[in-house]
Design a protein around this ligand. Structure first.
Ligand code: SAM
Ligand code: SF4
Ligand code: SF4
Length: 368
C-alpha cells in the first residue's frame, strides 16, 4: 500500500531496448527484453490511479527497457492523467521518437551517461556520448522542465572534468555508483575517493554553483534533516519503501525498478486493480541504524540492502553494497571538512532554494 501523499509510478513502456550496456541491471536480472509493449489498457491505469492515488501527488516516470521505443503509450498516459507530473528516464539515443509537443510536457528528463565520452562509449556503445549530448543541446529549448544527467559511475575512467562538462551541458547531474561486480577493487576505490574529494572541494570553493544532486542532497539533509524525513514518511530515501510503484508492461507492480525479475516482490497488478503489501522492507539485519551516514543517507538504496542482508547474497554484499556504503560515508566526511553553514549563508536566494527544495530530489535517489 502507498504510504504518504505522494505516488511515483515508474511505467515501463516496454522491456525492449536498442542498446546493450555492459552493466545493465535489467539484463543481469534477466528481465530486459522479456516483455514488449504495454498490454494493460489506459482505462485500467486510470482506474488504478483513481483507486490507489486519489488526492495524492502523482509523478509518472516513463521507464524501460528504453521508454522512447513506445512513444504512443507515453502520449496516451499524458492525456489520461491531467493531474500528474511527468518525467522521462531515457538512454537519449532515440529522442527523435518523441514529438516536440510531448517534450514540452516533461517536468524533468533524465538522460543516461556513464561520465564522459570515454566511459560512456565503453559501457553504452561507440558514439553514444556524442549522440546524447548533441540531443540534449537540440531538445533543450523545447523542454519546459529540466534535463538531468543520470550518470552511472562504474569504472576508473571518470575524472572531475567529466562532471564539470556534464554540469555545463545539463541542468543537473545525478550520479549513482554502479551496482555490479568488478568495480570496487582497492585501486578502484582509491581512484573514486580521489575524484569525490576533488569534486566536493570544488563544489564548496567554485565561484559558480555546480548542480551536483548528491552533494546538494547531503547539504540539505545535514542542514535541514526534517526534509530527509518528511518527504519519505521517515522511511528510506529511495522511496521504494513508501511510494514508488514500478509497473511492468504486463501490469505487474514491484517496489524497485531493479527487482522486477523477483516475483516474490510482486505486490499488485494494474489489470486487476490490486495493490498489496510491499515486501521490500527495512529490517534490523541491515546495518543502517549504527551507521555514521544514516542521518543523510537514510537507507538510500533498499535494493542493495535487501540483496545483501535479507537475501544474504555475500558476494553482492562484499563486492557491491559494502563498498558503495563506504563511498557514501566517505562523501559525507569530505563534505564535513567544509563549513557548510557558512557556505550556505553566502549563497544567493536561488541557490538556497535549489539546495532546500530542488524538484529533482523527488525523481531520483539523491544519494549515489
Ligand atoms: C535500466 S535503465 C532504463 C531506462 C533507459 N534505458 C536508460 O538507460 O536510461 C535506467 C538507469 O539505470 C542505470 N543502470 C543500469 N544498470 C545499472 C547498474 N548495474 N548500476 C547502477 N545503475 C544502473 C542506467 O545507467 C540508467 O541510467
Ligand atoms: S539503455 Fe538502459 S535499459 Fe538499455 S541496456 Fe542500457 S541501461 Fe539497460
Ligand atoms: S551508508 Fe549504507 S549502511 Fe549506512 S545508512 Fe546508508 S545504506 Fe545504511
Amino acid at each position: 500500500m502507498i504510504v504518504g501523499d505522494r505516488v511515483e509510478l515508474n511505467l515501463f513502456t516496454t522491456l525492449k531496448c536498442n542498446l546493450a550496456c555492459s552493466y545493465c541491471t535489467e539484463a543481469d536480472g534477466g528481465s530486459l527484453g522479456t516483455q514488449g509493449d504495454v498490454t494493460y489498457s489506459i482505462e485500467a491505469l486510470k482506474t488504478f490511479v483513481d483507486t490507489h492515488a486519489h488526492k495524492k501527488e502523482v509523478v509518472v516516470t516513463f521507464y524501460g527497457g528504453e521508454p522512447t521505443l513506445n512513444p504512443t503509450f507515453i502520449d496516451e498516459v499524458i492525456e489520461a492523467l491531467p493531474l500528474a507530473r511527468f518525467q522521462l528516464q531515457t538512454n537519449g539515443t532515440l529522442m527523435d521518437n518523441v514529438s516536440t509537443e510531448t517534450l514540452g510536457k516533461f517536468s524533468n528528463i533524465l538522460i543516461s551517461v556513464d561520465g564522459g565520452e570515454l566511459a560512456t562509449d565503453i559501457y553504452r556503445g561507440d558514439g553514444v556520448f556524442h549522440q546524447v549530448t548533441e540531443a540534449v543541446k537540440s531538445i533543450h529549448p523545447l523542454v519546459d522542465g529540466t534535463i538531468t544527467a543520470r550518470m552511472t559511475w562504474s569504472g576508473s575512467n571518470i575524472e572531475v572534468q567529466d562532471f564539470l562538462d556534464l554540469a555545463a551541458t545539463f541542468d543537473y547531474v545525478y550520479w549513482q555508483f554502479v551496482q555490479a561486480q568488478g568495480f570496487y577493487s582497492s585501486d578502484q576505490m582509491k581512484k573514486k575517493k580521489e575524484v569525490i574529494e576533488e569534486l566536493v572541494n570544488l563544489f564548496f570553493t567554485a565561484d559558480k554553483f555546480i548542480p551536483l544532486i548528491p552533494i546538494m542532497g547531503i547539504v540539505r539533509n545535514k542542514l535541514f534533516p526534517h526534509r530527509a524525513i518528511e518527504m519519505y514518511n521517515g522511511q528510506t530515501q529511495c522511496r521504494a519503501a513508501t511510494h514508488l510503484l514500478n509497473i511492468t508492461p504486463d501490469g505487474g507492480i514491484y517496489p524497485c525498478p531493479d527487482l522486477t525479475h523477483d516475483q516474490s516482490l510482486r505486490c499488485g497488478d494494474v489489470t486487476t486493480n490490486t495493490l498489496g503489501e510491499n515486501m521490500l522492507k527495512s529490517t534490523s539485519d541491515m546495518p543502517c541504524s549504527k551507521c555514521e551516514a544514516f542521518s543523510y543517507c537514510r537507507q538510500n538504496c533498499l535494493k542493495n540492502l535487501h540483496v545483501a542482508y535479507t537475501q544474504k547474497d555475500i558476494l553482492f554484499r562484499t563486492n557491491i553494497t559494502e563498498p558503495i556504503c563506504e563511498l557514501v560515508r566517505f562523501l559525507g566526511r569530505v563534505v564535513d571538512k567544509h563549513d557548510i553553514k557558512a557556505w550556505y549563508g553566502r549563497q544567493p536566494p536561488s541557490v538556497k532554494q535549489e539546495i532546500l527544495e530542488c524538484s529533482v530530489y523527488e525523481y531520483v535517489e539523491i544519494m549515489p
